[in-house]
Design a protein around this ligand. Structure first.
Ligand code: FNR
Ligand code: LAC
Length: 340
């Protein structure tokens, strides 16, 4: 496998590179991992309906998220502790995202500070993911640093009042290796008491607020009422509540409830360009990639992430052409049907 063709190849290579500690943390899901598996299986149940004899000379994969231009509808998801996967950590990811013409979301539990990540890829678009820690001063300092360093949105992750129980990681005795500094300790200090009322405080920083982890019509409606600029339909890659719907199955109810009043993004289980097309068809504006990106990071650092983002973009371009669409905006509900 010296020449990886796709995300699955990167996954196999990443498994070889990482020790059990890092691998189980990256790979694993909560409980019986039914949601982890279903995220991927569910994409395959949505069949594509290509239209033929459509002149698609020029394919343009680019789009925007909250007004920020991106080269393809693929954004880098917030992933904690990236130095666990490669010594260059979040700096490698930031540079790769910039080179791929897309946006990176930096985790609150990163192994680099917001300012240092900004410095690694000056001028590149990036958002900051917020966890609210019991020690509010830690959270406030991170947000202030993000605001001072041109992060363009605050992404509040709402599916994690407490960390899910990932038995694979527990079995291998998961730990942060000595010498790795994490901006804030996700494993101990989350504040489970945050509620809708806290959104005002977040919005008070003057940046658009994105809610990550909305999977129901009811919460989509509330998100809009509370001024969210976007929601991410996400089940945290199957790492939180096991038994939650695959995100591609939850997407239609969220899109319907939002009714154009905010942007809708999706993550969890995206491994192929055709998964991106399915999400677009069901009303997402773009997807986030978590593990896919991290497999590339583990294999080769910055060039690895660049390669994964590049191959997914190429798969989207090919898929658009074969679907009979010349841009993401042309992919519509008629391009998929559900076949269990
Ligand atoms: C995550 N995810 C995550 N989300 C978040 O809001 N803050 C975080 O710090 C992390 N950390 C994290 C670490 C690791 C190792 C993984 C795999 C995931 C969730 C992430 O943003 C995203 O929702 C999922 O990764 C999407 O699923 P896929 O693309 O990994 O299948
Ligand atoms: C995780 C947390 C950090 O999924 O979001 O591990």
């Amino acid at each position: 496998l010296s020449d990886p063709f796709n995300v699955h190849d990167y996954e196999l290579l990443a498994r070889e590179r990482l020790d059990d500690n890092a691998w189980e943390y990256l790979r694993g899901g909560a409980g019986d991992e039914t949601t982890l598996r279903d995220n991927i299986a569910a994409f395959a149940r949505w069949k594509l309906r290509p239209r033929v004899l459509v002149a698609t000379d020029r394919i343009d994969t680019s789009t925007t998220v909250l007004g920020t231009p991106i080269a393809a509808p693929i954004v880098v998801a917030p992933l904690a502790t990236q130095k666990l996967f490669h010594p260059d950590g979040e700096a490698a990811t930031a540079r790769a995202a910039a080179a791929a013409g897309t946006l990176m979301v930096l985790s609150s539990s990163a192994t680099m500070r917001p300012a240092a990540v900004a410095e690694a890829a000056p001028g590149a678009p990036r958002w900051f993911q917020v966890y609210v820690f019991r020690d509010r001063a830690i959270t406030q300092a991170l947000i202030d640093e993000a605001c001072a360093n041109d992060y363009g949105a605050l992404v509040l992750t709402v599916d994690t009042p407490i960390l899910g129980r990932r038995e694979g990681a527990l079995r291998v005795g998961f730990h942060i290796p000595a010498g790795l500094e994490v901006a804030a300790d996700i494993f101990e200090g989350l504040d489970s008491s945050i509620g809708w009322g806290d959104l005002e405080w977040l919005a008070g920083h003057g940046l658009p607020v994105v809610l990550k982890g909305v999977v129901t019509a009811e919460d989509a409606q509330r998100a809009v009422e509370h001024g969210a600029a976007a929601v991410v339909v996400s089940n945290h890659g199957g790492r939180q509540l096991d038994g939650v719907s695959a995100t591609i199955d939850a997407l239609p109810q969220v899109v319907e409830a939002i009714d154009g009043r905010a942007e809708v993004l999706l993550d969890s289980g995206v491994r192929r360009g055709v998964d991106v097309l399915r999400a677009l068809a069901l009303g997402a504006r773009a997807v986030l990639v978590g593990r896919a990106m991290a497999f590339g990071l583990a294999v080769a650092g910055e060039p690895g992430v660049r390669a994964v983002l590049g191959l997914l973009r190429d798969e989207v371009e090919l898929g658009l052409r074969l679907l009979g669409c010349s841009s993401p905006a042309e992919v519509s509900r008629e391009h998929v049907e559900w076949r269990p």
